[in-house]
Design a protein around this ligand. Structure first.
Ligand code: HEC
Length: 320
């Protein structure tokens, strides 16, 4: 079924070819007299081939319409739902195709009538044959319109128009916090990870931009434009593990601090922390950040609270 339905475009070429070829043969067979029989045969051959092609196209067309969900289940004919538009175009195509199917009957009957050897194929055959050919071509034409929708004409804006249209503001950080993700380009404030109970007991490293670095080290309020990012890894047996944790970012936009929390892939056993979400990107006024504000109400956390716990150094005891 699917195989036939998807061949509709291919099968539809046969009846269209009939529509193009049959009129010439019909005109040629209008001459009465000896030696006209071969032209009857040509007409009849084209007629039967055209009919077979048309039947195949009708079946595959209805199949394709169903497959592409253009025709609702339980129907074989696409009635337009409402108004005009794409489905009206499909309806027209199906209507013309059906007309061609009906016209095939008188056309084939008139072409296959018994004739005397010296007679022409007859005006009736010419009339019905031409009508049928016209319907076949119209079907092909409307089908082409369906398969190749006309593109809207592109109007090049004049320079005056360009000036009128204000650029639409796009938020480059809508999908991910780009500046925070680039933390490794910032200045490292921790040479090695420290364990931070305030941030889920993860091992963190802080990174700051040039504006923030010296103020952060001195524990002074961060100036406008400051950006501090915490990168983190999960704890594993009391040491920094291999699983990456979330990114925490603090940016001073003027005097107001903005916090960001970004965890691109939350492990299944940690989704409690994100309310079940597999990915967390909280920023701005996100309610999840309210918990952070307990310690970050004015931006930077109290420097006295900073974590200092590092991985203890184990001195190698010389073996002797
Ligand atoms: C219990 C208090 C507390 C909570 C809650 C908390 N933090 Fe922190 N935060 C700190 C402390 C203390 C530091 C200093 C680094 C350290 O020792 O962990 C810090 C550091 C930071 C920093 C680096 C800049 C700075 O202030 O030192 C960022 C960014 C940050 N936290 C973001 C967050 C975000 C986002 C949340 C919420 C998901 C959060 N924090 C929740 C206490 C907290």
């Amino acid at each position: 079924m699917e195989w036939i339905a998807l061949k509709h475009a291919l099968l539809a070429h046969l009846p269209v070819a009939t529509g193009l070829l049959l009129p010439w043969a019909l005109f040629a067979s209008q001459r009465a007299g000896r030696g006209i029989r071969p032209w009857w045969t040509v007409c009849r051959y084209l007629g039967w081939v055209g009919l077979l092609g048309l039947l195949a196209a009708l079946v595959s067309g209805a199949g394709a319409g169903r497959l592409l969900a253009l025709i609702p289940a339980g129907r074989i004919f696409p009635l337009p739902a409402s108004g005009l538009g794409a489905d009206a175009q499909l309806f027209r195509h199906a209507l013309i195709a059906t007309t061609a199917g009906i016209l095939a009957v008188p056309a084939l009957w008139s072409m296959n009538r018994a004739r005397k050897d010296h007679q022409s194929l007859g005006l009736l055959a010419l009339l019905f044959g031409l009508l049928w050919s016209g319907a076949l071509l119209a079907t092909g034409y409307s089908g082409y319109g369906l398969a190749h929708p006309r593109r809207p004409v592109i109007v090049l804006p004049t320079s005056a128009k360009v000036a009128e249209v204000p650029p639409t503001p796009v938020d480059p950080e809508a999908q991910a916090p780009l500046r925070a993700l680039d933390y490794a380009a910032l200045e490292a404030l921790h040479a090695e990870p420290v364990k931070s109970p305030a941030h889920g007991g993860r091992w963190i490293r802080a990174w700051a931009n040039a504006t923030a670095a010296s103020a952060y080290r001195a524990g002074r309020a961060l100036p406008p434009g400051a950006l501090v990012v915490l990168s983190s890894v999960e704890d594993r047996w009391g040491r920094p593990g291999t699983e990456p944790g979330p990114l925490y970012a603090l940016e001073m936009k003027g005097e107001t601090p903005t916090l960001t929390f970004y965890w691109p892939q939350v492990p299944v056993d940690r989704r409690r922390e994100t309310g079940g979400e597999a990915r967390a990107y909280w920023r701005g006024e996100n309610a999840h950040l309210d918990a952070c504000r307990a310690c970050h109400a004015s931006g930077m956390a109290d420097p006295a609270q900073r974590s200092r716990w590092r991985v203890p150094r184990v001195r190698a005891i010389p073996a002797n």
